[in-house]
Design a protein around this ligand. Structure first.
Ligand SMILES: [Zn+2]
Length: 208
């Protein structure tokens, strides 16, 4: 059983306020008698489920092509949280729930929002939670929220803490209907140069 934890990228899929929404523009068209349908794409790499590259918040940081691929594939745990806004700390999780988690995917109310509604109120990470997870070897933290930091954060402490701990993140996942538990995650970024992030086709495979 596969869970597709990716929203369909359409022109109406909400993006961060001011960011570039998805446009698939026709360059050639069969209907116009040309030999193929050919489209060009314009959109923020933070549209829908995506991996932030370190370059997103540090000038000498890696682009998607240079991000550590192995972090985005392997055992993952889905955990639901009831907090609708504010920073998540280790105490927001049940005792033992985070033990030995290699990849943590946090499921919040944001997955219940329609595609065209941007969540300005969402749970995000804390430096304390990132340090706690890093100390036990966690490689990846994914959220359905649009950022690992608060909506109005300008210094982005959680983004920087992830890089400092050599961890990676996924944002804007779609976890509606996915039971909490352990899975295999596959969410590979495209091998893009120069970009600040990459869309991913994020899936969870049930463990046999
Ligand atoms: Zn992002």
């Amino acid at each position: 059983m596969l869970y597709d934890i990716t929203r369909t990228i359409t022109s109406r899929l909400a993006v961060w306020p001011g960011d570039a929404a998805y446009v698939a523009a026709p360059q050639m068209s069969l209907a116009a008698g040309e030999s193929v349908n050919l489209t060009s794409l314009t959109f923020s790499p933070h549209t829908g489920a995506h991996a932030d590259a370190y370059y997103h918040y540090e000038s000498d940081g890696a682009h998607p092509a240079g991000m550590p691929l192995e972090a985005y594939i392997g055992p993952a745990r889905v955990i639901s949280v009831t907090k609708r806004d504010g920073a998540l700390v280790p105490a927001d999780f049940a005792p033992g729930a985070l033990a030995n988690v290699e990849r943590l995917l946090i499921h919040s109310h944001v997955s219940d929002l329609p595609d065209d509604q941007f969540a300005e109120t969402f749970p995000y990470l804390s430096e304390a939670l990132i340090a706690y997870l890093a100390a036990q070897g966690t490689r990846l933290i994914g959220l359905d929220s649009p950022s690992v930091d608060a909506f109005d954060s300008k210094d982005l402490p959680c983004h920087h803490a992830l890089k400092a701990h050599k961890m990676v993140n996924l944002e804007c996942l779609y976890l509606r209907g996915v039971p909490d538990g352990d899975y295999e995650l596959v969410a590979l970024p495209l091998k893009l140069d120069a970009a600040c992030g990459s869309p991913v086709r994020a899936i969870l495979r049930e463990l046999g």
